[in-house]
Design a protein around this ligand. Structure first.
Ligand code: ATP
Length: 289
C-alpha cells in the first residue's frame, strides 16, 4: 500500500491562542515495501508526520493518500478503521499500553476488536509470539510479570496481529540497552523483509538509519529538508551538521555506512579518523558554529 503526503500542513490547537504550526508543505511518497528513516532535531515535526500516516490526526492543509483513501484537509474523513488496520504504529514505550490479564489477550485485543474470529486471533498470537523472539509459554502470563524488553516485544506483536501492510515506528528502541536495541532493530528489519512491510522509522539513531534505511527523510523546523538514499545523505556531513545533527553521530554514521556499502564515500571521507579530522576542519573554519 502506497502512502503519499501532498503539501501537508498541521497546526496544533488551531484557532486558539495556543495555535502552533508543527509541519508545513510536506510532500512525501512512501511506496509499498520501502524502509524509510525520518531524522531531524527535536521538535522538527517527525512525530506529527507519523500520526498522519494512519490518520490519527488529519492535515489542516493538503492531502494524505493512504492506499485508495484520500484524507483531505477540506473534508474531515470519518470511518478510518480500515486505515488503522492497514497501518500499524509502534509508539515510544509501547509497553505502557499493555493492560490485559494475559499476554495472549493483549495480542488478540486489536484483531478481536476488528471482528477477527477468536480462534484466528489466538492463532496469530501463537505465531507472532515466536516471531518477536519470545516463547509460547509467555502467552499465559500477565504482561506485568515480564521484563521491560519482553513487554515491548509483546506490544509489538499486538500491532503485528492486525496484519498491517505498513509499520510505523516512533523511536522503537528508546530506553533499551545497546544489545536490546540491536535485537529489536534486527527483528524489525527481518519482519520488513519477510512480510514485505513498508517500514517508516523515526529515529535519533544515525546508526539505525545507516544500517536499515533505503531512503532518509531529513526534517528541519517542520519542513522536509531532504529526501535521499543513505549514500547521498551522508556524503555531505556539513549539510547534516548544519541541520543540528550531532557531530559524533554523523561521523559514526558515515563510518557504518561505508562498512555496510563495502566502499568509501569518497572525497575526504575515507576512514573514521579522517572523517573526524574533516569534521574538526569544518569546525575550525566556523562552518559548524
Ligand atoms: N500536542 C501538541 N500541542 C501543541 N504543540 C505540539 C503538540 N505536539 C507537538 N507540538 C509542537 O509541534 C512541533 C513538532 O513536534 P513533533 O513532536 O512532531 O516533533 P519531533 O520531531 O517528533 O520531536 P521529538 O524528536 O522531540 O519527538 C514542535 O514545535 C512541538 O512543540
Amino acid at each position: 500500500m502506497d502512502i503519499t503526503l501532498r503539501q501537508v500542513e498541521y497546526k496544533y490547537q488551531i484557532n486558539t491562542p495556543f495555535e502552533r504550526l508543527a509541519i508545513q508543505d510536506v510532500n512525501l511518497s512512501i511506496p509499498q515495501g520501502i524502509f524509510v528513516a525520518i531524522i531531524g532535531h527535536t521538535g522538527s515535526g517527525k512525530s506529527t508526520i507519523l500520526q498522519h500516516l494512519n490518520a490519527l490526526i488529519q492535515p489542516t492543509k493538503g492531502q494524505v493518500i493512504i492506499g485508495d483513501r484520500v484524507i483531505d484537509a477540506e473534508k474531515k474523513e470519518k470511518n478510518l478503521k480500515s486505515i488503522r488496520q492497514k497501518v500499524g504504529i509502534v509508539f515510544q514505550f509501547p509497553e505502557h499500553q499493555l493492560f490485559e490479564e494475559t499476554v495472549e489477550k493483549d495480542i488478540c485485543f486489536g484483531p478481536l476488536n476488528f471482528g477477527v474470529p477468536e480462534e484466528e486471533a489466538k492463532e496469530r498470537a501463537r505465531t507472532l509470539i515466536t516471531e518477536v523472539g519470545l516463547s509460547k509459554e509467555i502467552l499465559e502470563k500477565s504482561p506485568f510479570e515480564l521484563s521491560g524488553g519482553q513487554m515491548r516485544r509483546v506490544a509489538i506483536a499486538g500491532v503485528l496481529a492486525m496484519e498491517p501492510d505498513v509499520l510505523v515506528l516512533d523511536e522503537p528502541t528508546a530506553g533499551l540497552d545497546p544489545r536490546g536495541r540491536t535485537e529489536i532493530m534486527d527483528m524489525f528489519y527481518r519482519l520488513h523483509k519477510e512480510k514485505d512491510l513498508s517500514t517508516i522509522l523515526v529515529t535519533h539513531s544515525m546508526e539505525d538509519a545507516s544500517k536499515f534505511a533505503d531512503e532518509i527523510v531529513i526534517m528541519n523546523h517542520g519542513r522536509v529538508e531532504q529526501v535521499a538514499d543513505p549514500r547521498s545523505t551522508f556524503s555531505d556531513p556539513q549539510a547534516l551538521l548544519k541541520l543540528g545533527l550531532d557531530v559524533p553521530e554523523v561521523v559514526k554514521f558515515q563510518y557504518l555506512f561505508e562498512q555496510r556499502a563495502g566502499q568509501k564515500l569518497g572525497r575526504t571521507c575515507l576512514t573514521i579518523e579522517e572523517l573526524a579530522e574533516a569534521l574538526k576542519e569544518y569546525q575550525k573554519r566556523g562552518a559548524l558554529s
